[in-house]
Design a protein around this ligand. Structure first.
Ligand SMILES: Cc1ncc(COP(=O)(O)O)c(C=O)c1O
Length: 426
């Protein structure tokens, strides 16, 4: 086994650099093999290693992008593949795109399904998490009076989608509230499970929220819902490739995620998981022939669309696997802790995100006490060219901060300095 010291000492860092800055996925795999003996917690603080990852991206380093919750840049190797597939398609799309590239979506499905832990026949590739979740939300048969239980911190578009069914189909929606951070994960589970009533048919909640990065105890909630005959839709927009888990750890009925967030795949990618027994009963958003009712691919019948986006997911998976999910999560928590612990120590900030590793990862939301959140975010941009996201929820306010694997310590510390200046100017 190669230790971290031996690995660095042996001068293999150059090999890692090559791996992540050229297009050779074989070299990514080689770099992963060379660092296989390094514990994620050790690697999290190894700036030599992370510098190589940082350089795998073509970024604008005159800005500090701490909004990786929106969508993320792809590493060069992914973006190059994406462009290559676009160029190839443009030769004669009816041949190069439809006949050569499009069938390869099956390789992407197979690999994504393996990473998620489901059968390829339970996974549809979508354009984003919204599409994935809306297929589930709009495709489930519900009668007037049927109830959906969710939270008032779920994603706006998903809540709007349920509201549309309230108006259109006469269902009811119950939105529970919870404190940030919550007293415990059990408290979160209790709130959702105890909200299930006799008319509840669906429970819809986030694996990890976009507002504060709170991770939910998905398995506990889904097990309880299943025991009561209630279907579960889990919004995993921010979860996949952010921190490690597999579908077996969740036990949900439907799961939707974005791949242009934490997997770093091209913009316009996501997937929908539908537990096998639910596929036939779930209507498509874009209907297909009745003969395809049991085929997960029925959800992909969206008409003409680029093959480049979904095919380059394969390179994003290779990049992710080369880095390693555990290592990535450890680094993201390391970056989050660096700014969050520093700011908490000053007494001038309130961090709304639990720093318990079971409850959060890269995303953290922090309030500058006594300062209007929108003004603070504007100052961060105007004076330091830092991009962060204002969160103005009815029950709390704060700045959402999401670094990524390409974020440097210098960028995190500049953010910390800037926040202290914003707080002391108040
Ligand atoms: C919790 C949550 N759900 C769903 C979405 C929608 O994701 P997408 O933009 O990929 O459709 C987002 C996007 O930020 C989100 O944060």
């Amino acid at each position: 086994m190669i230790t971290r010291r031996a690995f660095l000492g042996a001068g293999t860092t150059g090999a890692v650099a090559l791996a992540f800055t050229n297009e050779s996925l074989a070299k990514v795999a080689e770099a992963a093999a060379r660092t296989a003996g390094t514990a994620p917690s050790d690697l999290a603080a190894d700036e030599t290693y992370w510098r190589e990852i940082q350089q795998a991206f073509t970024l604008d380093r005159t800005i500090i992008n701490l909004n990786n919750g929106g969508c993320c840049p792809s590493p060069r190797v992914v973006h190059e593949a994406f462009k290559r597939y676009l160029d190839e398609s443009n030769q004669a799309p009816v041949y190069h795109m439809w006949q050569i590239l499009e069938p390869n979506i099956e390789s992407v499905r197979r690999r994504l399904a393996a990473a998620f832990g489901c059968s390829p026949d339970e996974m549809a590739i979508t354009r984003n998490a919204s599409e994935a979740l809306q297929i589930a939300q709009l495709g489930i048969d519900l009668k007037p009076g049927d109830e959906v239980v969710t939270t008032n911190q779920d994603y706006g578009r998903m809540l709007d989608t349920w509201d549309a069914r309230v108006r259109r189909h006469g269902i009811t929606v119950k939105k529970i509230s919870f404190p940030v951070p919550p007293p415990s994960m059990d408290d979160l589970a209790d709130r959702l499970i105890s909200a299930i009533g006799p008319r509840t048919k669906v429970l819809h909640f986030c694996h990890i929220t976009n507002l504060t990065g709170q991770i939910f105890p998905v398995r506990t909630i889904c097990d309880a819902a299943r025991a009561k005959g209630v279907k579960t839709i889990v919004d995993g927009a921010h979860a996949f490739a952010h921190f490690p888990y597999r579908v077996q750890d969740l036990n949900c009925d439907y799961y939707g995620t974005s791949l242009h967030k934490w997997l770093l795949a091209p913009i316009g990618t996501g997937f929908l998981y539908v537990r096998r027994e639910n596929i036939e009963g779930l209507w498509e958003l874009t209907p297909t022939a009745a003969s395809r009712a049991k085929d997960i691919r029925k959800f992909e019948e969206i008409g003409t669309h680029p093959a480049a986006n979904h095919n380059a997911i394969a390179e994003a998976l290779s990049f992710h696997e080369g880095m390693g999910g555990e290592r990535k999560a450890a680094r993201l928590r390391y970056l989050r802790d660096r700014w969050a612990k520093r700011l908490t120590a000053t007494g001038r900030f309130k961090v709304h995100t639990s720093l318990d590793p079971a409850q959060s990862c890269a995303i953290g939301t922090v309030q500058v006490l006594g300062v209007d959140t929108n003004k603070a975010v504007q100052q961060l941009w105007d004076k330091w060219r830092i991009i962060a996201t204002p969160i103005n929820h009815a029950e709390y306010t704060g700045i959402r901060v999401t670094p990524n694997v390409y974020t440097t310590l210098e960028e995190i510390d500049t953010f910390g300095d800037a926040m202290e200046r914003v707080a002391s100017a108040s």
